[in-house]
Design a protein around this ligand. Structure first.
Ligand SMILES: Cc1cc2nc3c(=O)[nH]c(=O)nc-3n(C[C@H](O)[C@H](O)[C@H](O)COP(=O)(O)OP(=O)(O)OC[C@H]3O[C@@H](n4cnc5c(N)ncnc54)[C@H](O)[C@@H]3O)c2cc1C
Length: 251
């Protein structure tokens, strides 16, 4: 197996990610389930709260069985250890069927032939563009994500809902908490002048669980993301020849 990655080096970037049972099964198939599970925290309870912290509902416990929440850098470490050959600074610019296989061409003029190419090159995927001419659709909201070294109740995931806003806290183990916040906003809006962290604290200061943790975070990371959804491939698209190597570098 060969992994092709555009980035010149693998950095420990990103916040948290929650793997529900189906995703853990996929990791099992790749032989990295245990490596990911030991780096993260099992999810035991997920509750939806009001803005003021009152419990609205709880996700049935059986839906959480086998769920693991992990820091994306830890996931990346587990995947990188199992990935085989990883070629960095290789940008795939086109993908096309060739005989029984696939030909991938690179920005530096290189190319690679393979039997099967798996596209894991993100929302603006070159691989996806080769088989589906449907651009991602902006979902109408933007998210901030980060990790802070302030623990929440072990295994607890919360999401509090306000007017056009959401705030979530997820235990990812070793006394680290992954937090995310969203606001409904036009696409490609600029950061507010006060800065990202100040905006998040101001917006979510009414939420009992979020405010203090963010404030107390000594090394706050803050990744803004415009949420887009990729429409499904149109029926009849030539998915059978899809393949591709751009490597998965979870953010
Ligand atoms: C706020 C937020 C929260 C999320 N939370 C969850 C969650 O809890 N659980 C969950 O399952 N999913 C979650 N997701 C979705 C999940 O992050 C994505 O589905 C997943 O990261 C997509 O993986 P990917 O490898 O295709 O793309 P990415 O993770 O975007 O990685 C793409 C990689 O390909 C490289 N690349 C791109 N183009 C090229 C090219 N042309 N040539 C070579 N390399 C290239 C990039 O450098 C990068 O390393 C979340 C997404 C967001 C935005």
């Amino acid at each position: 197996m060969l992994v092709l990655e555009r980035a010149p080096r693998i950095d420990a970037v990103g916040a948290g990610i929650t793997f529900f049972a189906n995703a853990m099964r996929a990791l099992d198939h790749l032989g990295v389930r245990a490596a990911v599970a030991t780096r993260g925290a099992p999810a035991r309870r997920k509750v939806i709260l009001t803005r003021a912290g009152r419990e609205l509902t709880e996700v049935p416990a059986d839906l959480l069985e086998g769920t693991i929440a992990v820091h994306r850098a830890d996931l990346q470490g587990a995947l990188a250890a199992a990935a085989g050959e990883v070629r960095l600074a290789v940008e795939v610019v086109s993908v096309e069927p060739e005989g029984d296989g696939v030909l991938a061409r690179f920005a530096d003029g290189g190319e690679e032939r393979c039997d099967l190419l798996v596209g894991a090159d993100g929302l603006s995927s070159v691989v996806r563009g080769a088989i589906a001419d449907v651009p991602p659709r902006y979902a109408g909201y933007t998210a901030w994500r980060g990790v802070c070294s302030v623990p929440v109740e072990p295994g607890r995931l919360t999401e509090s809902w306000g007017f056009g806003e959401r705030f979530g806290l997820v235990d990812i183990g070793r006394e680290r908490t992954y937090w995310f916040a969203t606001k409904n906003a036009p696409e490609r809006g600029a950061d507010e002048p006060e800065g990202r962290k100040a905006e998040v604290v101001r917006r979510f200061s009414g939420r009992r669980s979020g405010r203090e943790r963010l404030r107390r975070s000594r090394r706050p990371s803050c990744y803004p993301t415009a949420l887009r959804g990729a429409a499904t491939s149109p029926p009849g698209s030539p998915t059978t020849r899809r393949c591709a190597g751009p490597g998965s570098r979870p953010y």
